[in-house]
Structures are given as C-alpha cells and as structure tokens.
Design a protein around this ligand. Structure first.
Ligand SMILES: NC(=O)c1ccc[n+]([C@@H]2O[C@H](COP(=O)([O-])OP(=O)(O)OC[C@H]3O[C@@H](n4cnc5c(N)ncnc54)[C@H](O)[C@@H]3O)[C@@H](O)[C@H]2O)c1
Length: 423
C-alpha cells in the first residue's frame, strides 16, 4: 500500500521523540507513513530534526515553517507537536486544508480554545487523533483489563501521588508559565486521562493548589547537567534558556475526585518537592488492589487479592483470560499478552509513540476515528482544569460539566486573554 505523506509540525523535544517513534515503526516493518516535511517557527530546530530524520529514517524531509508549505511538500497528514497554545489553531487550520491530524495533548490550552477546534471539526470527515501515550503502555492496558474483568471487585478508590523537582526547571521554561500551560496542566492532562480511562467519568472535584517555587533554576544554562531531560533530547535546547526565571504557573495540586460510579480518587502532584522523589498509583476495589508502576517504566504490576494473595508480572495473566494487546503493541512489546517488559524509559517512550502512529495510520486507512479523539482529549483537559479551577478558587467543589460548558473558568480567563485572537 502507498505510504501516507506526513509532516511533523513542531520540531522541539516531542517532535524529535515522535520521529524516533516513527523510526521504531519503520524497524518493525509497520510504518504506514513517509515523513516528507518537518516544520517549526524556529528554522534551526526544523533543520536539526530533518538531520535526525535522515539518520533514523534514511531520507531527509523538507523543512518549513507552516502547514501550507508542508502541504505543498505533499503532506496529507500532520502530527502537531508544538507548544500547547498552538494546538487548536494549527489543528483547525490543518482540517480546513483537508489534512488528517494527530495532535499532542492537550487538545487545547483552555476549554475555550478546544471549543474553537470543536467548531472546526464538526461536520468534517478528517481524522483527529490526540496523542495520549500513557494509556497505551501495556501495563496500563493490563490494569484496565483487571478493572473491567472484575478482578478487583467493585472499584472504590484511585490514588496517585508524586513529589519531586524542587526549584529546578521541569524540562522547559514554558512548563512554569501560566499562559503557556504550566507543569500541573502539562502533566495533569495525562493523569486525568488515566483516571477516566481506568474508572470512567468524573463528576466533581475539590482541590487545593499552590505556587511554591516562584523562582526556578536551569543548571543547563551554565554548563550543568539538565535538571530533567526525558527522552534525552531536551539538553540541547535547555542551554539556550535562562539560568533563572520567575515562575507564574502553580506547581502543586492536591485533589479529591468523585467518579460518577461512586468511586473516590485522591490526587497529589507536588512539582516543588524537596525530599526524595516519590511516585505512587493504585486502584483499590472490594476484592483487591493493584499497585501500578510509573508510566513508561516497564516495571510489573503488583496485584493483591483479599489482602494476602499477591501476583506480579505474568502471574496475573490467568486472571484476565481476555487480555489482548492490539497488533502494533504486541509486535513492538513482545507479544499480545506482554506484562512487564524490562525496557528503559527511552525505549518504552519511543515504542509507545510508535503505537500512536500505527493507530493514526490505521485510522486514516479505515476512516475510523481513533481511541483518543477530540471528546476524550477534551474530557482530559476539563478534568484537569476542574481541579485547578477548584484550587484557584480556594477549594470550592467544581463539576467537570461546569468547566466543559464554561460556567467555571476563573483560572483560565487570563490565559484566554493572553491568547487573544488565537482563542
Ligand atoms: N505525550 C507525552 O509524553 C509528552 C511529552 C512531552 C511533551 N508533550 C507535549 O508535546 C508538546 C510539545 O512539547 P515539547 O516538550 O516538545 O516542547 P518544546 O518546547 O521542546 O517544543 C515545541 C516546539 O514547537 C515549536 N513551535 C512553537 N510554535 C509553533 C508554531 N506555531 N508552528 C510550528 N512550530 C512551533 C517551538 O519552536 C518548539 O521547537 C506539548 O504540547 C507537550 O505537552 C507530550
């Protein structure tokens, strides 16, 4: 079958990591795409990515700055990996040009921004995939099978807490600037997607939110090692960012979450933690609980039933006879019932992005919308903003519906104002 001409729009960290994902798909003989163009408003970044693509895919894509140029280079599909504030405008523009779209999370920087994209896609037959990778981790697929298969009994309680980061810059400066996203929204949209993926819709939340570290430090600017460098691709960009800057986005969020099912969630994301880095996620039901390793860690689940019988890795499989990964995930992770897979973060990261591309290609070929489309992407940002709106208001109870319909938007108002005509 002829390959689908593709452009990556946004040649920063994630654009580079997506290209690595495409290269994994190519190695596995599953790549439906031909990367014809890479774009960035910063031409040096586009050139850098084109060079990397040549090394990993064997062909140098053209470089450009906008979607129309990418289309002139032959692209009929785009993968939008820019900073968040341009996701909705670029995705809407691509759809108007007749291009199929995969867009990184968040689907919009605010709910108002996402609604402008919603208008653009309504009535369109273009594919819109939101590149949400965490739920595609085979470990998370297995958690979902345990919940849906009733192994945990009636789901009662979701718990996630993490702490770390101190006063260092998290990957990039924009992750500390409220009008550009902030880290709580950037990371939080993954986690809210996970909550609803596991346990279904959330109705309301209550939260406290803080900006603890008002000054953030970037050691890479003065020749130090990058403070955080997922995928090993950000160090080169961090050297050009300020050594010290004032943060405007909150960095700690502590929430109670009410699922429609009656289950309760507890969520703590402290990105200003000065102790040992901590991470924990678990789901508890009337028959047992599952402790879940950090996404992309490749570590096994630990399941405990009736408070005493423990199962880990492949021991869990007899309990979930229907557990079956999709073909691309099975091919890349070593089998249709892969559990723990012992790969490092960089490799898991690339393989999950490969799975995203495989599904995007299959959606284009079949004209069927993907697993995470606009609706799922919108709910993930609405739940994240529900927590942040509650925290910003000092802890009022906020419903996800009121965030979706714009009744509650106090926290987002200044972001919408800063986006101006873009929103
Ligand atoms: N799924 C994940 O695991 C994951 C991980 C990291 C980042 N992300 C998401 O990926 C997106 C990009 O993050 P990043 O870490 O790569 O950021 P980044 O700052 O490293 O890269 C963003 C790039 O977008 C470019 N850009 C900005 N405006 C543009 C425009 N209008 N047209 C073309 N290019 C433009 C910038 O010049 C920059 O090169 C964010 O939305 C982030 O939330 C997802």
């Amino acid at each position: 079958m002829a390959r689908i001409p593709l452009a990556i729009v946004g040649s920063g960290g994630m654009g580079t990591r997506h290209m690595f994902g495409l290269a994994e798909l190519e190695k596995a003989g599953l790549n439906p795409f031909d990367l014809v163009a890479v774009c960035d408003v910063d031409s040096a970044r586009a050139e850098l990515l084109a060079g990397e693509a040549q090394k990993h895919l064997g062909r140098r894509p053209v470089t450009c700055a906008d979607l129309e140029s990418a289309q002139r280079a032959g692209a009929v599909a785009v993968d939008i990996t820019t900073v968040p504030r341009f996701h909705h405008t670029l995705a809407a523009e691509a759809i108007a040009l007749g291009i199929d779209v995969m867009v990184e999370k968040p689907v919009g920087l605010t709910i108002a921004a996402a609604h402008t994209l919603e208008k653009a896609i309504s009535g369109s037959d273009r594919i819109l995939s939101v590149a949400e990778n965490f739920r595609r981790d085979p470990t998370n697929r297995l958690v979902k099978a345990l919940i849906d298969g009733g192994v945990l009994g009636e789901p009662r309680y979701f718990h996630q807490s993490s702490s770390g980061g101190g006063n260092l810059m998290a990957i990039s400066m924009w992750r500390h600037m409220k009008d550009d996203s902030g880290i709580l929204f950037d990371a939080g949209t993954h986690y809210t997607d996970m909550m609803e993926y596991y346990l279904g819709p959330v109705s309301s939340v209550y939260a406290q939110m803080r900006l603890y570290e008002k000054t953030r430090y970037n050691p890479a600017a003065t020749g130090g090692a990058p403070a955080s460098n997922p995928g090993g691709v950000y160090g080169q960009f961090q050297a050009a960012m300020p050594a010290e800057f004032t943060a405007t986005a909150d960095d700690a969020l502590f929430a109670m979450v009410n699922f429609e099912s009656g289950a309760i969630g507890q969520y703590a994301e402290n990105r200003a933690g000065h102790g040992r880095s901590e991470w924990a996620r678990s789901v508890h039901g009337s028959a047992g609980a599952v402790e879940i390793p950090k996404d992309r860690s490749g570590e096994p689940l630990l399941l405990t039933l009736d408070g005493k019988h423990t199962y880990t890795g492949a021991e869990i499989l007899p309990l979930v006879p229907d557990f079956e990964l999709d073909d691309a995930t099975a091919a890349l992770f070593g089998g249709s019932r892969a559990t723990a897979y012992g790969l490092d973060f960089e490799t898991v990261d690339r393989l999950l992005l490969a799975v995203e591309y495989a599904e995007f290609g299959a959606s284009i070929a079949s004209r069927r919308q993907p697993e995470v489309g606009f609706t799922e992407g919108l709910r993930a940002i609405a739940l994240c903003y529900a927590m942040m709106e509650s925290g910003a208001a000092g802890g009022t109870i906020v419903t996800v519906d009121d965030v979706l319909n714009g009744t509650v938007r106090g926290y987002q108002e200044s972001i919408d104002a800063a986006m101006g005509a873009d929103a």
